[in-house]
Design a protein around this ligand. Structure first.
Ligand SMILES: *Cc1c(COP(=O)(O)O)cnc(C)c1O
Length: 389
């Protein structure tokens, strides 16, 4: 079956009730037919669910769909995106290990690298991802993992997946790990370029409607087995309810992404012509410095558009206050368009220079372009630009 059909048709095994739509398996544990089956399942000689901290039919179904899309051998579901990202480090790294990461990463991941991991003897070097020589010089004897996000948040800078996949071949012991949340597995498939692990916040486009939290890591079996051990004994498992919601949502992920992307490209093109806008960033805009790379490794540009409004910090805040339909909230990947001002919220703790280095200006606005009619989205953006002058 093709990807879209698998997303609709992959389903937890039908029960004796002959249900059409997948039931919600709200059960903490699963029974054994007899003591011998209990022994065999515990011993790993027979497949079967034991306890929902380890696995559950709803989470298994969700994982299967993401593995199919990413082309992964195995996956595990988590209670949130951060639980997934954290496990992809914590299960595999030990004291004395070193991570090389791109500079522009999700805020909480940056907190892990700078506040938590140093306490455990795990160190991180950030690199400017645009220059290959920087990667080379950042690698140390004890480097165990390379971690990236592409496109970055909110600067929408890209990292060349093929280049990194080839680079890694020189270092067989280094794990290549990517947070693929912004692109989704529909638009970008890093495993095809040699990545070992791919993590996602399923809270974003996978749920797509701003309802539940979730996360997932997929990748190589040997690494996933270690993460499985970590999950079993530390307990960051996804709730079956959230898995049921997100798995249903995945049926429409490609359809929703197509619309997110076409709306976002329209927004980007129209804003680029506007006199009150200093700069627009969108991967599939020909003015993006990495436009060719975007077209090579992404199916479309994604749902996020970043722009700099003329007039700086105060103008940007006034602009948000003038929006009528689009609300201000710190989520993304929702069917509803969302506006954020990184300099005063998500990235307010950074210095001006740090913000500048990851593409955030005082006047930078990030729009997570939703699924409303494009005319309504544009009307709201244009009236807010006019009224915030
Ligand atoms: C939101 C997000 C996360 C964290 O996910 P949660 O589900 O909120 O825990 C991690 N990485 C990226 C790129 C994100 O956008």
């Amino acid at each position: 079956m093709k990807e879209q059909s698998k997303l609709v048709r992959s389903q937890a095994q039908r029960s004796q009730n002959r249900e059409h739509s997948v039931p919600l398996y709200l059960t903490s544990s699963f029974i054994f037919d007899d003591a011998e089956q209990g022994r065999a399942i515990f011993a790993g000689e027979e497949d079967g669910n034991v306890y929902s901290r380890y696995s559950n039919p709803n989470t298994n179904e969700f994982i299967q769909k993401v593995c199919d899309m990413e082309g992964a051998e195995m996956g595990l579901a988590f209670s949130s995106g951060m639980a997934a990202v954290f496990a992809s480090f914590a299960a595999l790294l030990k004291s004395g290990d070193h991570i090389v990461a791109c500079r522009s990463i999700f805020g909480s991941t940056h907190q892990l690298f700078t506040m938590l991991f140093p306490k455990w003897g795990i160190t991180t070097t950030y690199v400017d991802a645009s220059t290959p020589e920087k990667w080379e010089s950042a690698i140390q004897e004890n480097t165990r993992m390379i971690f990236i996000e592409t496109p970055s948040n909110p600067g929408l800078e890209l990292i060349d997946l093929e280049w990194l996949g080839n680079f890694k071949e020189k270092y067989p012991d280094i794990i290549l790990n990517v947070d693929n949340c912004f692109a989704t597995p529909y638009l970008q498939k890093p495993i095809a370029y040699g990545f070992d692990l791919v993590s996602h916040s399923a809270t974003k486009y996978m749920d797509g409607q701003g309802r539940v939290l979730g996360g997932i890591v997929v990748g190589k079996q040997v690494l996933m087995d270690e993460i499985m051990f970590f999950i079993r004994h530390t307990g960051p498992a996804m709730s079956p309810f959230n898995a049921w919601i997100i798995s249903k949502s995945l049926e429409t992920l490609p359809l929703r992404m197509d619309r997110h992307c076409s709306n976002a490209l329209d927004v980007a093109k129209k804003l680029e012509e506007h006199a009150e806008i200093a700069l627009v960033r969108y991967p599939f805009l020909p003015s993006h410095p990495q436009y060719e790379l975007a077209k090579k490794q992404m199916k479309a540009g994604g749902g996020i558009v970043t722009f700099i409004v003329k007039g700086g910090f105060d103008r940007a805040k006034r602009f948000l206050d003038c929006l009528k339909m689009i609300l201000i909230t710190s989520n993304l990947g929702d069917s509803r368009s969302i506006a954020t001002h990184p300099a005063s919220t998500t990235h307010s703790k950074l210095t001006d220079e740090e913000r500048e280095s990851i593409g955030i200006q005082p006047g930078t606005i990030r729009i997570s372009v939703g699924l409303e009619d494009i005319n309504d989205i544009m009307d709201d953006l244009l009236q807010a630009l006019e009224n915030s002058k």
